[in-house]
Ligand binder design. Sequence first.
Ligand SMILES: CC(C)(COP(=O)(O)OP(=O)(O)OC[C@H]1O[C@@H](n2cnc3c(N)ncnc32)[C@H](O)[C@@H]1OP(=O)(O)O)[C@@H](O)C(=O)NCCC(=O)NCCS
Length: 374
Amino acid sequence: MITIRRARPEDVQEIIALANSVFRPPDSGLSPSMGMQYPLFLSEQNAQNLFIAEDNGRIVAHNGTMPGTILVNGHPISMSSMGSVCTHPDYRGQGIGTRVLMSVLDSLREEGIGLLAISGGRGLYTRNGAAHTAGYLNFTIASESYATEDSLFADLRDVYSVAYSEYCEEAVSTIADEMAALYQAESVRYLRTGREFPILLKAAPGAQKCPPDRLIAMCSIGKSAAAYTIGYRQEDDVLRVVEYAGDRLAVGFLVHRMLSDKAVQKLSLDVPTYDRQLAAYLEACGFKGSSRPYASTFMVTNASALWNQVRPIIEERLSECGAALSLNQLPVNCNEGQELLHFLFDAHQRKTYGQPWDSVLPIPLPWVNGLNFI
Ligand SMILES: CC(C)(COP(=O)(O)OP(=O)(O)OC[C@H]1O[C@@H](n2cnc3c(N)ncnc32)[C@H](O)[C@@H]1OP(=O)(O)O)[C@@H](O)C(=O)NCCC(=O)NCCS
């Protein structure tokens, strides 16, 4: 008989083994790295947020979340992230994945977690309330087609200096504090402590191969760190920048230098829709971004808890346009999760809601494929 329950610390190694067999199967050439790449999520400390299906004591399915907080212009919103969702191949198509998902959603609702980010957009999620809401511009740039000297960034060469680090624990320990501080100054981000930063940098969540071939680039002005990029070199020789932070001109300068130093042949950089400044700098250099939805979906798991947390953001923005919040005049049904999700956060294919909503919304959702990827 199949039973669903929360994991206990002693279950975590078996969960990791199941996740490795599904996401890093032996014939894939990938190393069984799930435990290494998700050290905070797939950990004994997080066992209570991992849900499993058991058949006579054997773990046959898993769905776990990692509780977290996102900060939007200083306002905290509780958001869990869901990942490593898997059912053993012999047990698929029997509704087990759906049952485990329901247990997770019930627990989030009871715990008052309003928002969930899910690493994927399968029917399993979208049938149950998840939707694509956030969007980004992808800039893929080849060094051979980049007119280095004509770039607006070329004039900044005497202002900024650049240092590269291939990942090694020693090299990174000297810059991790500066990187953490730059990340913590971002206006749309995850709450990420200085202790977590080097752990996640080492783990390289979301990297195709493990250990990944990383390139960390740091831009400074005088002795002050101005910006960083973290990139993973992929098998097709593209450097995929998974995270950046800091002054946007300095981020653009890092892109310019990586391409002009020939440290990188081809670079792929994803700029969330809300980051208009970086997109504008790149466009001013003649680069063209292509618009895409985040690969992750989002779900409202507890509408009233979410509403309580987004309310100060909306009130702050409304006051800037001289309006006040009247809950009776909302253009959506707040109890309908997907409606609320699109209304509050949809930046990709946004509907028109009328004023003042079109001026104050959407609320940006942080980039999910960086070090907090799950
Ligand atoms: C995705 C995954 C976790 C689903 O697990 P599962 O236990 O098979 O899930 P369910 O049985 O609840 O649903 C699977 C399908 O069976 C159907 N189904 C649900 N209950 C059923 C039942 N009682 N009898 C027959 N079919 C059923 C569902 O309609 C669903 O179809 P879908 O393809 O439209 O989603 C599993 O396929 C898996 O491990 N895939 C590989 C890893 C992966 O891709 N994970 C997701 C990362 S985003």
